[in-house]
Design a protein around this ligand. Sequence first.
Ligand SMILES: Nc1ncnc2c1ncn2[C@@H]1O[C@H](COP(=O)(O)OP(=O)(O)O)[C@@H](O)[C@H]1O
Ligand SMILES: [Mg+2]
Ligand SMILES: [Zn+2]
Length: 240
Amino acid sequence: MTGAVERLPRSCPLGICDGSGWIVNDDDSASPCDCRERRIRQARTRGVRSVLPAKYQGVGFDRPPLTEMARDPAARQVVEHVRGYIGELGARIAGGDGLWLTGDIGTGKTTLAMLVSKSAIEAGHSVAIYSLPRLLARIRRTYDADASELSYLDFFRRLTSVELLHIDDLGAEKSSDWVLEQLYAIVDERYVEGRAMVVTTNLDLPQLEAQIGPRTVSRLAEICGDPLPLFGTDQRYRVA
Ligand SMILES: Nc1ncnc2c1ncn2[C@@H]1O[C@H](COP(=O)(O)OP(=O)(O)O)[C@@H](O)[C@H]1O
Ligand SMILES: [Mg+2]
Ligand SMILES: [Zn+2]
C-alpha cells in the first residue's frame, strides 16, 4: 500500500516552508510551497519502488515487451483495452471497475497488470499487490495471530480499503476452507464498497471456481469485467 502524499520529508528542501509543503499566509489561508510538487513526485517514485516488484518497475507502453505486444495481432486488442483503462484511470478506480487478464503462461498478463498498478501509484492512488499464494499465506498467518503482525481485522481493513487491489496469478494453489472464506470476505467487501481490482490468471473459469470457489469467482467477475484473453507461446523462453 502506498501513502505517497503522506510521506513528505520533514524539512523544506528550499528552506521556505516548515516542511509541511504549505506556507501559512497572514490571513491564515495556506498556499502550496514550491517544494510541494517536487516532493509529491519523489514520494510517488518511492511508492512505485516500494510497492512494485523490481522486475516490473520499468514497465511502459513505449518499451518491450509492450511495444512487441502492441504489434502482435493476438495481443494488440488487449493492450489497447488496458491503454484505454489507464487513460480513464481515475474514473475507473472511483467507479470500482477493474481488469481481468487471462491466458497462457508468459504472454504478458503480469506485465500489463503491473503497468496498471504503476500508473495508479503514480497518480497518487493507494495500491496493494499480492500474488494469490502470498495473499493466502498471509491470511493463514493471521489465523494464529502473532502479536508482531497485523491482526486479521487490520489486515482485512487494509485489503478492503486500498483503492486498487492487484492479485496476480489467481488460483495457483489449493487452500483451506477457512482461508478461502476470508478471501471471499475480502473480495465481497470490495464489491459492496465499489473498489477496483486487477487480477491475472492462467486458469479458465471452471478451473478457477474449483480452486477458490464459485462465489469468489463470480464477485471478481462483477468487479473486473470480462476476462481479456492473452494466448500464445511462452515468451519467457523465447530466444531473443
Ligand atoms: N508478447 C511478448 N513479446 C516479448 N516478450 C514478452 C511478451 N509477453 C511477455 N513477454 C516477456 O515474457 C516474460 C513473462 O511475462 P509476464 O508478464 O510475466 O507473463 P505472464 O504473467 O502472462 O506469465 C517477461 O519477461 C516479459 O517481458
Ligand atoms: Mg504472471
Ligand atoms: Zn517547502
